[in-house]
Each structure stands twice: as C-alpha cells, then as structure tokens.
Design a protein around this ligand. Structure first.
Ligand SMILES: [Zn+2]
Length: 136
C-alpha cells in the first residue's frame, strides 16, 4: 500500500435515499461495488485495483444548509478516466438518466489533451471525469 493515497471519502447529503439511487448508478458505472460493510447505516461503494482501495460513503445531513462549492468545503472531485471515448459514453449515460450535466465533454488547457465532463449529484456536489494523456 502506498502511503498518502486517499483511503475513503465520505460525503454528506440531504436525502440519503435519493442520493443512494444516484450514486448506485454513477459509481456502479465507474466500477465501484456497493457494500454493506460500513457501520452506522452509511451507504458505501468500493473500488479496488492493484492493491489500492477507495471507498465513498454517504452521511445524512443534520442541518438544512445547502451545499455551496464557493464556501469552505469541497469544491469538486475528479475521477480518472482511461479514454475520451469513456467520457463521451458517460455523457450519454448522464443524459439518459437525466442527471445534472454542468459542462458537456470538452478539452481544457490545464494539461496537454485534458478532456473532461462535469456533473452534479442531487445536492449540487460537483464531480468531474477527466482523461489526461500524460497518465496513459
Ligand atoms: Zn478538476
């Protein structure tokens, strides 16, 4: 195990049932497997590869404050994608599911060939799928 890589990420959501349906579809399509191994009624999805494991869990919000990515907290979270074609395919999936697409697939000049799509969960948490040729 390499020290320093993310072990787990827990998010707080307004409606855990609605969000679970969203994350079941989105994380399932990314290869995550839903598990019931996480204590305290926390829905959890796990991705494992080459000895690395990342789990993403959901917690029920206890206050009614709306998410604002320009306040302190999470701005957005990006997932690696192996190709542009996978991002384009994911875009079609998001449209089919009528999930909130923030920015359709496009190239950005962050790094050479940076290609990304942005979308949001039911609370407006922003996610990105990105392919960067430098990691191929
Ligand atoms: Zn980003």
């Amino acid at each position: 195990m390499l020290s320093g890589f993310i072990n787990h990420l827990d998010l707080t959501v307004t409606d855990i049932k609605a969000s679970s349906a969203f994350y079941d579809k989105v994380l399932g399509r990314l290869g995550y497997v839903r598990t019931t191994d996480y204590a305290g009624d926390v829905p959890c999805w796990v991705l494992s590869h080459a000895g690395m494991t990342l789990s993403i869990g959901l917690h029920q919000a206890r206050v009614a404050t709306a998410h604002n990515r320009y306040a302190a907290g999470l701005h957005h979270l990006a997932f690696h994608m192996a190709s542009r074609a996978e991002i384009d395919s994911f875009y079609a999936f998001l449209l089919h599911e009528q999930f909130a697409v923030l920015d359709a697939p496009a190239e950005y000049d962050y790094t050479l060939g940076y290609y990304a799509i942005f979308f949001a969960d039911p609370d407006g948490l922003k996610f990105e799928l990105v392919h960067e040729p430098r990691f191929d």
